[in-house]
Design a protein around this ligand. Structure first.
Ligand code: FES
Length: 688
């Protein structure tokens, strides 16, 4: 009951005081009876949300009465519901058993349960990403304030009155205010009858003012790839993803890969400005699309996060990318960027800020930093290999002790370029392939068509558009299946089979070499040159991985995560059969989803995540493939399937591999003499 009592925090007992214990934080202390739960929380440093400052109108401060040994969950330990609660009709319903913390007063020792949706800093598990909880502690906080009326005798301005009100009602001092926010202050005060909600960024800047109560603001996270753009609209308070969108990067019409875009900048006056303008226009259109889909006003978007490879990053921010076109791949900055989103013409609130994590190195971008943040190798004792498989693979290897990063110039073969029937992953593309080991007859699946080619209904399902080509995951599976069927040898030659399938009509002449006929109408074949192109790309990727493993002095890794649009789509078993990645227990090899986009969401939603990504990026050791002599040796050795020199014992436990050659590495054919794909070692060709 109320009264003086022993003080759990060691302070002298307070007359008429009772003990309050908050869960899940475990914070406790004594307060005078009659203290509101919100005041008790503030006094004890408990994370209990409030936008209206305790006026009983926002509904953010909801709590429940809990129990612990000796203290029952008796609602009578708090004052009876007050008028503010019984008449509360706010946007957030007050379910039975819940109380408004700003109205409920403590009358007896009590355990107060703060539900996750009433915590300012919380962990949420979003359905749209991995299973890892995402911390939500946004950079922007909303504060409802009532500002005094001007008087003849009082000559201070409304901004000074606002600052005084924020100091008095929220304890916020030393604030700066954006000019754009100042411009809206007086109209907002007038419309809100001197009550406004202000958005305070990072505890020090007023960036927006609205009349009356506003308790929701939004943010947009962007993953800016050289091929595709992905955007996610979030509620900054709950962390919920309200809408997502993707579209092609319009810069493609100025150059298929990154180096050709740098070349465009080099060769054309105003080229950089043009590339910056088109990508910003696309991002602004995505903001409009996302807001329309979610039914929210773009003026409520107060934060934007952007991740991308270094060249995309530079072009979005209007920075000259020419230094990234060749050694020593100089970045304009190695730090994070916080800019006014209005400078990027994104069509969001004028006070919104855009943030990007640091780039790891001149050819390993903020997207790789975001991938590390999302996958968390630095939080794990296991040795993790992260690979973002694009036209320039970004590779990170390490654990909670040490992290290394490199890029490998894999070229565009994984995206279907340089492949005879190759195309991007789009409806009509063959994406899955199985080849009968005895008859060598293929089964395949096409993007946009659920049945396999030998299922009833395939012809109807594939529709008039039919099969249009083969995408990256399809060519990987086709070559891996041909290897497992003995049609492609360990050194990458297409050969005529012996045995029951010797007379197959699937092996056809293709000039002076052979090809495998995957589909007849239209003709889709896997040619010898296709196999070579994939060998070159996969050897470059594996060489980058091996270089990092050398640096760490390890022969194997504990887990592998494949990221990026392509990495997300390929079957890890086939990736390993071909030797894109080192041998590993297949149970620990999987897709990282859109890890860069997930990292972009994390930094959008959390100041702590920004701090974490900046700290971890600063300690990633960069390995430059361009100047590492061992890269070329690894590259040649990795041309074989799955590898010319190294066995794959863990893969062999799960897959019947053809006999692995242990012969010294040989240069596989004409194209191998040019070594790695175009730009090998240059480290700046292509991107995600
Ligand atoms: S703090 Fe807003 S309703 Fe309690």
């Amino acid at each position: 009951m109320a009264g003086a009592g022993p003080c759990a925090d060691g302070l002298p007992p307070v007359p008429d005081s009772v003990e309050v214990v908050f869960t899940p934080s475990g914070r406790r202390g004594r307060v005078t009876t009659g203290t509101t739960v919100l005041d008790a929380a503030r006094r004890l440093g408990v994370d209990l949300d409030s936008v209206c400052g305790g006026r009983g109108i926002c509904g953010r401060c909801q709590i429940e009465v809990g129990a612990r040994p000796g203290v029952t969950a008796d609602p009578g330990r708090l004052s009876p519901p007050a008028d503010t609660e019984t008449s509360y009709r706010g946007r957030r319903p007050l379910p039975p058993g819940r109380r408004l913390g700003c109205a409920a007063q403590v009358v007896d020792s009590v355990v107060v349960l703060v539900p996750a949706d009433s915590q300012v800093h919380r962990q949420v598990v979003r359905k749209t990403a991995g299973t890892q909880p995402v911390p939500v502690d946004p950079m922007v906080r909303l504060c409802y304030v009532e500002v005094t009326e001007p008087e003849m005798a009082d000559t201070v301005g409304d901004l000074e009155r606002l600052h005084a009100a924020l100091a008095e009602q929220w304890g916020l001092t030393g604030l700066r205010t954006d000019l754009s926010a100042l411009a809206t202050l007086q109209p907002a005060l007038e419309r809100g009858r001197r009550a406004v909600t202000v958005a305070v960024r990072d505890g020090c800047e007023v960036v927006a003012v609205w009349p009356g109560l506003r308790d929701v603001v939004h943010g947009v996270a962007f993953d800016v790839g050289s091929t595709t753009l992905a955007g996610y609209l979030c509620d900054l308070g709950s962390g919920d993803v309200l809408a997502s969108a993707g579209r092609m990067n319009p810069q493609i019409s100025y150059g298929e890969d990154l180096m050709s875009r740098v070349s465009y900048v080099l060769m054309n006056d105003g080229g950089r400005e043009r590339l910056t303008t088109v990508v910003r226009q696309a991002l602004a259109a995505m903001v409009a699309e996302l807001c329309a889909e979610a039914g929210v006003d773009a003026e409520t978007v107060l934060e934007v996060s952007l991740v991308g490879n270094p060249i995309m990053h530079h072009l979005v921010y209007g920075l000259d990318p020419r230094g990234l076109g060749g050694a020593p791949f100089a970045l304009a900055t190695t730090g994070s960027i916080t800019a006014r989103a209005s400078e990027l013409d994104l069509g969001v609130h004028p006070g919104a800020r855009a943030y990007s994590p640091p780039c790891v190195a001149g050819h390993v971008g903020a997207d790789a930093a975001a991938m590390v943040l999302a996958e968390g190798p630095h939080r794990d004792r296991r040795l993790t290999l992260l690979v973002d498989v694009g036209t320039n693979a970004e590779i990170v290897l390490g654990n909670d002790q040490r992290l290394l990063a490199a890029s490998s110039p894999t070229g565009p073969a994984f995206e279907g370029a340089q492949i005879s029937s190759g195309q991007r992953a789009a409806p009509g593309a063959i994406e899955r392939v199985r080849i009968d080991r005895v008859t060598l007859q293929p089964r395949l699946r096409v993007i946009g068509c659920e049945p396999w080619s030998d299922d009833a209904g395939f012809a109807a399902s594939v529709g008039k558009a039919g099969i249009t080509g083969i995408c990256g995951s399809g060519i990987i599976e086709a070559i891996a299946e041909l290897f497992l069927a003995g049609v492609v040898t360990a050194d990458g030659r297409i050969v005529r089979p012996v045995g029951p399938a010797a007379g197959t009509d699937r092996i056809v002449e293709h000039g002076r070499t052979l090809a495998y006929r995957l589909w007849d109408d239209p003709v889709v074949e896997v040619t010898q040159n296709d196999v070579r192109a994939i060998q070159l790309a996969k050897a470059a990727l594996q060489a980058g991985c091996r270089l990092l493993m050398d640096r760490l002095g390890v022969q194997q890794v504990d887990r592998i995560r494949l990221a990026g649009a392509f990495g997300n789509h390929i079957d890890p078993t086939y990736a390993m059969v071909l030797g894109l990645i080192p041998d590993c227990d297949l149970d620990h090899v999987g897709s990282a989803g859109s890890a860069a986009g997930d990292g972009a969401l994390r930094v959008l939603l959390s100041g702590a995540a920004r701090q974490e990504v900046e700290e971890v990026t600063a300690r990633i050791e960069k390995v430059e493939t361009a100047v590492e002599p061992a890269f070329q040796e690894h590259f040649v050795a990795a041309m074989g399937l799955p590898h010319s020199l190294l066995p794959y014992p863990r893969l062999a436990e799960r897959v019947d591999l053809p006999a692995v050659s242990t012969a010294p590495a040989r240069r596989p054919g004409r194209r191998a003499r040019v070594a790695a794909p175009a730009g090998a070692g240059a480290g700046a060709d292509g991107g995600s």
